[in-house]
Design a protein around this ligand. Structure first.
Ligand code: 6GU
Length: 228
């Protein structure tokens, strides 16, 4: 997978060098290029915004720098993602779908948004992380790339710990239960006895129960209606 991110804040994407995505980039499984939108302006002030037609508060991102940037990148044929609170809600299945793409281009808007003609012509996907408003698409781009990149085939550890549309290794799309490591007792808190029992069937049963109980308490919407 190759990812292009277009932004007026290239430094915002620096964390993509870290962790699992960074490791994937080092190994060449995922390649990431960050582009400064202002490199596609031609005025001395490198202007990317202008006032909205029809009036109103805030500024709108001008179409010309976006069009030139996306043309230069060769975005035609790629999945072109515009993060926006007006987009389709992002989830694990959506991430898995993006992970199948050979090329991903993420267009990070700021201000009140990008001129609609850019979106109409270039965007294949408008994605929202949830019902709140971010200052721009950059934080969303970090989330989208991290969620998709860890699902790219061949990445370390993604064989059994990942399935398409459920969370982590939680069975049946339920939430993960609690996890523990050494020491057995810490600050008076003890690791549940069953996990130290060596009884693998009992451990598997306990994990399923924990998973189900946590999901019922925190996210009943993830359970089939009849078992809520
Ligand atoms: Cl993807 N972008 C912005 N700017 N705000 C958001 C969002 C995305 N998702 C929720 N709020």
């Amino acid at each position: 997978m190759h990812v292009d991110v277009v932004t007026i804040f290239p430094d915002y994407l620096a964390p993509l060098r870290l962790g699992l995505v960074g490791k994937a980039a080092e190994r060449g499984l995922v390649t990431i290029a960050v582009h400064d939108l202002r490199d596609y302006t031609h005025d001395v002030h490198r202007t990317v915004d202008d006032s909205p037609y029809g009036g109103g508060a805030g500024m709108v991102m001008r179409p010309e720098p976006w069009w030139e940037a996306l043309t230069a990148i060769g975005a035609g044929g790629a999945r072109v993602v515009v993060p926006t609170p007006a987009g389709r809600r992002f989830d694990q299945a959506y991430a898995a779908d993006l992970a199948r793409a050979e090329r991903l281009v993420i267009c990070c808007g700021r201000y009140e948004g990008i001129d609609q003609r850019v979106v109409d012509h270039w965007a294949t996907d408008e994605i929202s992380l949830g019902d709140y408003v971010l200052g721009g698409g950059e934080a969303a781009a970090l989330v989208i790339v991290e969620a998709a990149a860890r699902l790219v085939p061949g990445l370390v550890g993604n064989v059994e710990s990942i399935s398409d549309d459920s969370f982590g290794a939680g069975p049946d799309g339920m939430l993960e239960g609690p996890v523990y490591t050494r020491p057995e007792t810490y600050e008076g808190y003890v690791v549940p006895a069953v996990l130290r029992s060596g009884d693998h069937a009992a451990i598997a049963r306990w994990r399923r129960e924990q998973s189900r109980e946590r999901t019922r308490a925190r996210r009943p919407d993830l359970l089939p209606p009849e078992s809520r």
